[in-house]
Ligand binder design. Structure first.
Ligand SMILES: Nc1nc2c(ncn2[C@@H]2O[C@H](COP(=O)(O)OP(=O)(O)OP(=O)(O)O)[C@@H](O)[C@H]2O)c(=O)[nH]1
Ligand SMILES: [Mg+2]
Length: 375
C-alpha cells in the first residue's frame, strides 16, 4: 500500500508529521525515533517529519538537527523572531509536502502509535480531518487535576456555543490531528495562541471530520508551557472566530448609539416618533459599518456585490427588526406611558433576533475562505 523510501520523492510523501517544540530537548530525540519506528513498522516509509522550534533556550533544535543528519526525512525549522504554538504549526504546514499532515506534541502525551491509525482512517473514510479525541468513547486523560478537567470541558462548551463549526468533533481543542493538505487554505488561517485545530474547523467549509479516541498521557519530561495567558488568548481567539459573539457586540454598541441619538433628539424637542426613527436609522448605518469592517471581515463575502448595495440590502433586512423596535416602543409609550427611551430599549431587544437571522442570510454570505480575504 505505501511506497518505500527508495521510491519516495517530494511529491510522493504521503504523510508530514509536524511537531512544534519549545524546550523539549529531553523529549525530541526519542520522539523522533518513536515516530520513525512506528511509521516504518506500519509500512509507511515515504513520510517527513518537520520539527518547528521557536529557538528554545535548552537547545531542542540542536538535538533535532542531529537526528536530521541521520535521516533526510527529518527537517528542522527554527523560528527566531516569533513565539507561539499555533503559528509554529502553521509554519510547519507551509513547508509540508505530504498528502496528509499530522500535528502532534513532542512530550509523548500524544501516542505516536496512533499516527498510522489516523492516516488509515483518513484514507478509508475519505476524511479531510481526523481528530485524535480525548472525549469520544474510549478516549480520556491521565492524571489531570479537577481544575484542568473543568477548564478543558468549559473551553469546549464555550467553543461549541460561540463557534458552532467546532462541534464537528468531540475535541475541538485537540493538539493531535491529521488533515488532508489540499483541504487546508493557509492564507485563510490566522491562528493565535494554542488552538490551531479550532482555527481550521472554524474557517473551513464542508469538510469531513471524524474522531478517533485516544488517552492523553502524562508529559514524559520537561515542563508545561500552559500559562494564565493561554486562557486569555483562547477567549480572544474564540471571539475573533465567533460570528455570534461579534454580532452581539455590534448589536450592543448599535443599541447604545440608537438610544443616544434618540435621547439627544428628544432633548432638542424632536417628536418621540421622529426621535425613535432617527435613533433606529443611525444605528442601522453604525451596525452596517461595523459588520463590514469587523464581523464579516474574514471568511465572508458580500452576497450583494458593492458596499452601497450591501448598505441598501442591510436596510432591507432591517425592516422587520426596525418595525418591531418602533412598534414595541410605540405600544409601551402609548399604553403604559413608559419613558420613551426605556420603551425603545425594550423594542431594540425584541428586534435584535429578527435582524440577526435575516442579515446573516441575505446580506453577507457565509462563505468558505478562498484566500482572498481583506486584511
Ligand atoms: N514552537 C513552539 N512550540 C510550542 C510553544 N508552546 C508549546 N509548544 C509545544 O507544543 C506542544 C504542546 O505544548 P505543552 O506545553 O505540552 O501543552 P499541553 O500539552 O497542553 O500541556 P501539558 O499537559 O502541561 O504538557 C509541545 O510539544 C510544546 O513543546 C511555542 O510557543 N512554540
Ligand atoms: Mg504537553
Amino acid at each position: 500500500m505505501w511506497k518505500t523510501m527508495s521510491t519516495c520523492n517530494g511529491s510522493d510523501v504521503i504523510l508530514t508529521v509536524v511537531i512544534p517544540t519549545y524546550n523539549e530537548a529531553d523529549n525530541i530525540g526519542s520522539m523522533l525515533d518513536s515516530v520513525r519506528r512506528v511509521l516504518e513498522s506500519n509500512g509507511i516509509e515515504c513520510f517527513e517529519i518537520i520539527v518547528v522550534d521557536d529557538d528554545s533556550p535548552d537547545g531542542t533544535h540542536r538535538v533535532a538537527e542531529e537526528k536530521a543528519k541521520e535521516d533526510p526525512r527529518i527537517r528542522v525549522i527554527v523560528r527566531r523572531k516569533e513565539r507561539g504554538l499555533a503559528k509554529a504549526v502553521l509554519e510547519g504546514f507551509r513547508n509540508a509536502r505530504g498528502e496528509y499532515i499530522a500535528v502532534m506534541d513532542a512530550d509523548f502525551q500524544h501516542p505516536p502509535e496512533l499516527l498510522p491509525v489516523l492516516l488509515r482512517r483518513a484514507i478509508e473514510d475519505r476524511a479531510d480531518i481526523v481528530v485524535a479525541s480525548r472525549y469520544s468513547k474510549g478516549g480520556g486523560v491521565e492524571g489531570w487535576s479537577r481544575t484542568r478537567l473543568f477548564m478543558s470541558r468549559f473551553s469546549s462548551i464555550l467553543a461549541r456555543l460561540l463557534v458552532p463549526r467546532s462541534g464537528r468533533t468531540s475535541d475541538p481543542m485537540s493538539g493531535f490531528f491529521l488533515v488532508r493538505r489540499s483541504a487546508l487554505n493557509l492564507d485563510c488561517l490566522r491562528p493565535r495562541g494554542y488552538k490551531i485545530l479550532l482555527e481550521i474547523l472554524a474557517r473551513s467549509g464542508d469538510v469531513r471530520v471524524i474522531d478517533v479516541p485516544y488517552v492523553f498521557r502524562r508529559r514524559r519530561s520537561g515542563s508545561s508551557k500552559l500559562g494564565p495567558g493561554v486562557m486569555l488568548d483562547y477567549i480572544l481567539h474564540l471571539m475573533n472566530l465567533s460570528i455570534i459573539a461579534k454580532f452581539m457586540l455590534v448589536g450592543g454598541s448599535g443599541a447604545l448609539v440608537n438610544l443616544g441619538v434618540m435621547k439627544m433628539a428628544l432633548e432638542y424637542g424632536v417628536l418621540v416618533d421622529i426621535s425613535s426613527i432617527l435613533g433606529i436609522e443611525t444605528s442601522i448605518i453604525w451596525n452596517y459599518i461595523l459588520h463590514e469592517k469587523f464581523t464579516f471581515r474574514y471568511n465572508f463575502m458580500g452576497r450583494l456585490k458593492g458596499s452601497l448595495y450591501r448598505l441598501l440590502g442591510y436596510h432591507y433586512t432591517s425592516i422587520a427588526g426596525s418595525v418591531t423596535t418602533y412598534g414595541v416602543m410605540r405600544i409601551l409609550y402609548t399604553l403604559i406611558n413608559l419613558n420613551p427611551i426605556i420603551a425603545q430599549a425594550i423594542g431594540i431587544l425584541t428586534g435584535f433576533m429578527v435582524n440577526y437571522k435575516s442579515s446573516r442570510r441575505l446580506v453577507w454570505r457565509m462563505e468558505v475562505c478562498r484566500g482572498n480575504t481583506r486584511d
